[in-house]
Design a protein around this ligand. Structure first.
Ligand SMILES: [Zn+2]
Length: 115
């Protein structure tokens, strides 16, 4: 697995075609994927429900972000009130949700897609 292709969301087979139809900055359509690779025709959903497994990767991302920002809130604000923790953890989770969804699918396909 080449991390450059993972970071750019490329097809795990040809490393050229993009997996997603739109940019990650296009928030309304950031999660829309191509059914098949536009370059080589590789079918991204290898079997029905293949991307359900990406939920576990997305969950790991969320836990990591929560721990990082929770510890940061503790250090920066010197153990603040609970609502500060909630705000400090919830906002990054919300802002990073499109990236989490995209990269969990990319990693799922690159790790378990057979290429
Ligand atoms: Zn391809």
């Amino acid at each position: 697995m080449n991390w450059r292709y993972v970071a750019s969301g490329r097809c795990p087979s040809c490393h050229t075609g993009p997996m997603f139809k739109y940019s990650a900055t296009d928030l309304r359509r950031a999660t829309l994927m191509h059914d098949d690779c536009p370059h080589c025709g590789f079918h991204f959903e290898i079997e029905p429900g293949f991307f359900w497994g990406a939920m576990y990767i997305s969950y790991a991302f969320s836990v990591a972000v929560s721990v990082i920002f929770g510890v940061a809130a503790y250090v920066v604000f010197d153990d603040p009130a609970v609502w500060v923790y909630c705000l400090f953890i919830f906002m990054p989770l919300l802002l990073l949700a499109p990236l989490s969804m995209r990269y969990s699918r990319v990693l799922m396909l690159h790790w378990f897609g057979g290429h």
